[in-house]
Design a protein around this ligand. Sequence first.
Ligand code: 5RP
Length: 233
Amino acid sequence: MTGDIAKVNAATKALEFVKDGMLLGLGTGSTAAHFVRLLGERVRQGLRVKGVPTSEATRNLAEQVGVPLLEISQIDHLDLDIDGADELDPQFRLIKGGGGALLREKIVAAASGQMIVIADESKAVDVLGAFPLPVEVVRFGFALTQKRIAEALRATGCAGNEVTLRTSGKSNEPVITDGGNYILDAHAKRIAQPEALGAALKNIAGVVEHGLFLGLSRTAIIGKAKGAEVRTL
Ligand code: 5RP
């Protein structure tokens, strides 16, 4: 519950960065959902913004709370992207994709003038990798891709190299992303060289995108039980 209050506090602080007329990237996950709900309240009070959602879940929520939306095909630049993270290190390198939305999240972050990460304190780590790194892969040949990803983990000095297919439900069906792909979770344990691992993963046939967000954010809002701290690089 404390974590949830901290997430609300981070999301509330992020509203201070939103200005009238902005085009916004709307992240995915529970922290980003708090932000979208709060943004909906501001819109009902007269704030004029438009958002591009990073998942179908966020699209549904934004529609429910009345945030006007655009399709990504209608824009070529966003002013500000607000999104959560599974881990962030002191250089604001991120692991994202716990909610499976990493592909759209990365496209939206890359199209934004600024990305602000909103997270509770538990997400701030010294070294990335305790949270399994999500990698979105095409379904065709995914078992081969899984092996190549394990090799990339080994080659770049990660502490672990187990790679698992993300499943859900009682029948353990593979999770299918909004893009129609699978998610492989790479249990790196400790990612010694995030840039090298990111480059190695991008080089594997079958990998659509990985959840390392490198050099995309220079501002993080860390929510706490009371209030939130704005950190900048
Ligand atoms: C979804 C994400 C989320 O931002 C990440 O999983 C954090 O989620 P939460 O705010 O629920 O802790 O990357 O793909």
